[in-house]
Ligand binder design. Sequence first.
Ligand code: SF4
Ligand code: SF4
Length: 402
Amino acid sequence: MAMITAIDNKRKTPYFQTTWCMGIRCNYDCSYCPTFRHSLTQPFQSLDTLKRTVDFIREYLDLQIKYTDPEYMNDYDLNLTGGEPTAHPHILDVIEYMREQIPYLKISLTTNGFFSDHMLETLSSTYIRDFAFSYHAEANAKQKLQVMTNIKKCHDLVSNDGYCVEQVSVNVMMHEDPDLFAECQAVIVELEAYGVEVRPRTIDRDDNVQAKERTETKIKNSRFGPASGKEYSDQQLREVKKIYIRKYQVDSKQDLKTEEWNENKKAKQVNGRPCCGGVTMSTLDETTGKWSDTKLIFNRNFKDWYCLVNLHWLYIEQDDDEIFTHQTCKANFANEKGPVGKISEYEKYIEFLRKYYEKGQLPVISCPNSKCTCGICTPKSNSKKPTYKFFKRHLPSIEPIF
Ligand code: SF4
Ligand code: SF4
């Protein structure tokens, strides 16, 4: 059995991604989405507040770029997310300001896909290169029809003169409800036949978190609502596994298992996680000393491993006025899960980093989590040697502090 001690990714062009949650206001109310991730009533942030965040991103990237090897990384991506970012009344003004202030940024959008024809036309003709749709089966029939139409229209625009769309992908959230699960399977077949890149995603269901502080909404009282005892059947997990085997060429002998996740809660899931961007990863096997390629990582507990999460990601939680290294993992320089600063006081975080860089040093973060999710492709290792190599190819003039 392989004993993995390091993970790297095989992106052609390694990139730095800023993920900006512009606000948690959403036009959906998915039962598996916690109230700290979405709200039907949260007020929108003002344009001035949002512009200050763009100023922070510009100053942060200016500092990183000064020390990053341009041969290794010259691709800077800004992903707008929410809530639902297209529901934000200032989204187009913000993107316009961003293009003016940080013209080299590639802007991508994570969306539930429920937006108007006009929004699709504006975003795809001028602004957004990469659309990452999520298909949420709990939406109503009219919403889902609009989403499917938007996905197909957007796909038709890839490489179309006059439009800037380069990539369209769809994460299909595989719902545990038998009817909705079957619908998700049909959506995968339909979109793949249309030529769209589709990724089935199992839901990390935890009703204690996802039901917390929910008010009486339609979804809460539906058969999908939190605490309605949903979990995948073994047959459903086998179906998801079949798709994984086909898409990611994994060893079909890998077992399905009920694994512990998220503070010892039990939830049935398919064992193994692909990179959200679908990139190939490579893993170092301690027993053979060899690197090998994989599309799925099976053991996802990297607690206390060295991880370059801060050198590849930045996450901004606008409504809470908080800055993190990464959206889900939230690892910080104290090797804990928590923010690295506030947007309203962003100068302090820039100064913290500047002082280290000017001394020619930077601390390496140790993973505080017992389960890695969408940071899975981030270069990481449980020993200093591979970490040092990852670090120096990125920041050649800086020494890592372990
Ligand atoms: S669309 Fe996304 S943000 Fe909105 S409720 Fe669903 S999962 Fe949450
Ligand atoms: S959870 Fe975060 S810190 Fe831990 S290995 Fe994954 S990306 Fe790195």
